[in-house]
Structure formats: C-alpha cells, structure tokens
Design a protein around this ligand. Structure first.
Ligand SMILES: *[C@@H]1O[C@H](CO)[C@@H](O)[C@H](O)[C@H]1NC(C)=O
Ligand SMILES: *[C@@H]1O[C@H](CO)[C@@H](O)[C@H](O)[C@H]1NC(C)=O
Ligand SMILES: *[C@@H]1O[C@H](CO)[C@@H](O)[C@H](O)[C@H]1NC(C)=O
Ligand SMILES: *[C@@H]1O[C@H](CO)[C@@H](O)[C@H](O)[C@H]1NC(C)=O
Ligand SMILES: *[C@@H]1O[C@H](CO)[C@@H](O)[C@H](O)[C@H]1NC(C)=O
Ligand SMILES: *[C@@H]1O[C@H](CO)[C@@H](O)[C@H](O)[C@H]1NC(C)=O
Ligand SMILES: *[C@@H]1O[C@H](CO)[C@@H](O)[C@H](O)[C@H]1NC(C)=O
Ligand SMILES: *[C@@H]1O[C@H](CO)[C@@H](O)[C@H](O)[C@H]1NC(C)=O
Ligand SMILES: *[C@@H]1O[C@H](CO)[C@@H](O)[C@H](O)[C@H]1NC(C)=O
Length: 352
C-alpha cells in the first residue's frame, strides 16, 4: 500500500492519464483507420480503378460503408470482392489489413502466385481465391494460417504437390482444390484434419496416387470428391468408418479391387459414384445404406448377380450398372422401387 502522502501526489497524474486516455486511444485508432483506408485506395489504383469499386472514394464517410468492406470496431475484418471484375495481382501490402478474417476474391481475373500477403494475415479464417488464374504451388508453410477453416482454390491453375503442411490446419472444415493442374502428390496428412467436412480434389493430374487409408479417419467428412484425378490401387476397406459421408465420388480413375462391403452400410450416404474405374468382383450383397438416392457403378468389371438387397433402397432414383459383366436375372425387388426413374443396365451378361 502507498502512504496517503505519496498517494496525494500521484492522484492528479493518474487523473490526467485517466482523462487523456480516450483521446490518445481515439487518436491512435483514427490514425489506424486512415492507414487502412489508404490500403484500400492503393488496391483500387493497382487494379486500375475498376468500375465495381467506383464508390471507394475518400470522403467524410468511413470506408467501413464501402461496398465489399466489413469492419468490426472500425477495423477492416472482411473484404468481399467476388465478381468485381478485378484484374491483376493481390499485392504484399494487403497484409497491412491485419485484422482480416474473411477474404473472398472469387471469380475475378487475378493472376500471379499464391499471394504472399496472406502469410501475414494470421487472423484469416476464410480464404476464397476460386475461379481466377493463379499459378504455382500452395506454399509449404500454409500452416501459418492456424485459424483457417475454409480454403477454396477451385478453378485456378495451381500445380505441383499439395503440401503436407495442409494437414496442420486444425480448424479446416472445407478444402476445395478441384479443377486445377496439380501434377504432383497429395499427402496422407489430410487424414489429420479432424474437423474436415468437405474435401474436393477432382479434375487434377496428380501423379498416380492411392487413396490413403488415413483419409478414413475423417469422421466428420460429408463430401469426398476425387473424380478424374489419377487414383490407383484399392478403395480402403475401412472407408465404412467414415460415418458422416453423404456424397462419395471417386469416378473416372483407375481404382482396382472390389467395392468394400462397408460402403453399403453407411447410413448417411446419399450419392455413390464409382463409375469408370477398374473395379472387379461382386457388388456387396448386404445393403443397409437406406439413404442412397443415386448409385453409379457403370463402366467397371463387376461380376456376379445384382443384389436383391438393392430393392430395399426406397429413396433410390438413379441406378447405373451398364458396361460390366453382371449375370443372372434382374431382382424383382428392384422393379418395385418407388422412386427409381433412371435405371441403366445395358452391356452386361444378364439373362432374359
Ligand atoms: C459529408 O458528407 C455529407 C453527405 O454524405 C455531405 O453532405 C457533406 O457535404 C460532406 N462534408 C464534407 C466536409 O465533405
Ligand atoms: C485488430 O487488431 C488490433 C491489433 O492488431 C487489436 O488490438 C484489435 O483488437 C483488433 N480488432 C479486432 C476487431 O479484431
Ligand atoms: C465467395 O464468392 C463466391 C462467388 O460469389 C461464392 O460462390 C462463395 O460462396 C463465396 N465464398 C464464401 C466463403 O462465402
Ligand atoms: C472489366 O474490366 C475490363 C478492364 O479490365 C473492362 O474492359 C470491362 O469493360 C469490364 N467489364 C465490366 C462488365 O465491367
Ligand atoms: C510479414 O511479417 C514479417 C514478420 O512478421 C515481416 O518481416 C514481413 O515483412 C511481412 N511481410 C509482408 C508482406 O508484410
Ligand atoms: C490454365 O492454363 C491453361 C493453359 O495455359 C489455360 O488454357 C487455362 O485457361 C488456364 N485456366 C485458368 C483457370 O486460368
Ligand atoms: C507440373 O506443372 C508445372 C507447371 O506447368 C511444371 O512446371 C512442372 O514441371 C510439372 N511437374 C511435373 C512433375 O510434371
Ligand atoms: C438419412 O439421413 C438423415 C440425415 O441426413 C438421418 O437423419 C437419417 O437417420 C438417415 N436415414 C437412415 C435410414 O439412416
Ligand atoms: C475383367 O475380369 C475378367 C475376369 O474376372 C478378366 O479376365 C478381364 O481381363 C477383366 N477385364 C478388364 C477390362 O479388366
């Protein structure tokens, strides 16, 4: 405790500080505010003043009211610049907007490499760079974005490997990498993304790769889409452990071996596309995946008869089994399916 005499000397100073603090704070804050506005103006100039950013003009109205800009406590936290006809690069100085959590640049004409600025945006949770013309690789230290929950790089020209560091983004829920030019490998570490709900890597030119069994640890994954991506080897038997799966599309690859029986036990599965592979053996006999609405196993090398159990799938509207080596009769149970609209069986060895 301070002695009263000392206290009385200090009190006026404390009071002074107490009264000045709001002004100091406001001043610092407004300076910061001006700096952030200057970043927006520089961006607009760099992109050669697109018409869509016409209203980004200094005035007495805060830039927090400008189109595409969202602030929290006067700090810019979101830039929502999708479909803004922006041409050019994402410059390093974007990282001066330190409070950014949400960036959407989808569907512009952005060129260059994965923006370095993003490295310094440590608060970033959502990054959407989809539908642009970005080239090069995903940086090996992508895990510096520790809070990232959504990463969408769909429809660009990214190439190379998908780095192992992507498995070190513990908050990631959505990962969309489809329609790029990835020509290297994808890492088993993706299986560590315990919150992942959507994984799309379709339409890439990976070097021939197996579907890592680690992926079966993705217990929250609802959507797994890796069609036309050069997959080889077998579908992991443990795929039935992915209990949240609703949509599985591994079509147009070079998968071999049999269809794991556990797939037809997944209660949440609605869509199952395994067509255009080299799968062989029988279609699993026991079917408990009663939510299935669409099954496509066509253009494989499947043998044996059509399982009677498929007739349990009351929600099934599409069933394609053409171009296989199926034999025997068509089960009557399938003829009674109430929702079936699209049933393709041609080019098999069926009797009658
Ligand atoms: C401030 O903005 C208002 C309307 O947005 C306008 O009427 C006024 O002239 C502006 N004042 C200055 C000093 O720019
Ligand atoms: C923005 O960042 C500053 C310093 O980096 C921090 O003090 C402030 O709390 C942040 N504000 C928001 C709304 O995130
Ligand atoms: C970004 O914008 C695109 C195009 O408008 C939209 O489809 C997408 O959902 C947006 N991304 C996020 C994370 O909101
Ligand atoms: C988009 O920007 C280009 C210039 O970069 C311009 O020529 C074109 O008219 C713009 N399109 C629209 C719809 O604003
Ligand atoms: C990113 O941050 C590092 C250190 O934190 C700094 O050296 C570097 O200049 C920053 N880069 C950009 C593009 O701001
Ligand atoms: C990717 O590159 C190819 C060939 O260079 C080009 O034809 C294609 O339009 C590019 N795609 C995108 C999304 O930039
Ligand atoms: C992958 O594509 C990039 C860009 O087109 C190219 O530079 C690189 O040599 C390719 N790598 C392999 C292994 O084919
Ligand atoms: C079908 O899926 C829903 C959730 O989408 C779930 O609540 C329901 O139990 C499933 N039905 C069956 C028969 O498993
Ligand atoms: C299909 O399987 C049969 C035997 O089960 C085999 O002889 C044949 O080569 C296979 N065809 C293809 C295209 O894999």
């Amino acid at each position: 405790m301070l002695k009263p005499s000392v206290m009385s000397e200090i009190t006026p100073i404390l009071l002074l500080i107490h009264f000045l603090t709001p002004f100091l704070f406001l001043h610092a804050n407004s300076q910061f505010h001006d700096q952030e506005q200057a970043v927006l103006i520089r961006l607009k100039q760099l992109w050669q003043n697109p018409l869509s950013l016409e209203q980004w003009t200094p005035s007495n109205s805060s830039h927090c009211t400008w189109p595409g800009v969202v602030c929290t406590d006067n700090y810019i936290t979101q830039l929502i610049l999708d479909n803004k006809n922006i041409s050019g690069t994402i410059p390093p100085f974007l990282s001066d907007l330190k409070n950014l959590t949400f960036l959407n640049f989808s569907n512009n004409n952005i060129i260059g490499k994965f923006p370095v600025a993003v490295h310094n945006l440590s608060m970033l949770e959502i990054l959407d760079l989809s539908q642009n013309h970005i080239v090069g690789t995903i940086p090996d230290d992508i895990d510096c974005l520790a809070r990232l929950s959504y990463l969408n790089l769909y429809a660009n020209n990214f190439s190379g490997n998908i780095p192992a560091a992507i498995g070190l983004l513990p908050e990631l829920r959505t990962l969309r990498l489809q329609d790029n030019q990835f020509n290297g490998t994808f890492p088993p570490e993706i299986g560590k993304l315990s919150k992942l709900e959507e994984l799309s890597m379709a339409h890439n030119g990976f070097s021939p790769s197996r579907l890592h069994s680690s992926f079966t640890q993705l217990k929250k994954l609802k959507m797994l889409w890796i069609s036309r991506a050069n997959l080889i080897g077998e579908i992991p038997q443990m795929i039935g452990e992915m209990v949240a799966l609703e949509h599985l599309d591994l079509s147009s690859n070079k998968l071999t071996g049999t269809i794991p029986g556990s797939l037809f036990m997944l209660m949440n599965l609605r869509v199952l596309y395994l067509h255009k592979n080299k799968l062989s053996g029988e279609i699993p006999r026991v079917v408990e995946a009663l939510n299935l609405t669409s099954v496509d196993l066509s253009e494989n090398n499947l043998t044996g008869t059509i399982p009677v159990d498929l007739g349990k799938l009351d929600k099934l509207s599409g069933l394609s089994l053409f171009f296989n080596q199926l034999s025997g009769e068509i089960p009557e149970s399938i003829g009674r399916l109430p929702a079936l609209k699209d049933f393709k069986l041609f080019s098999n060895n069926l009797s009658r």
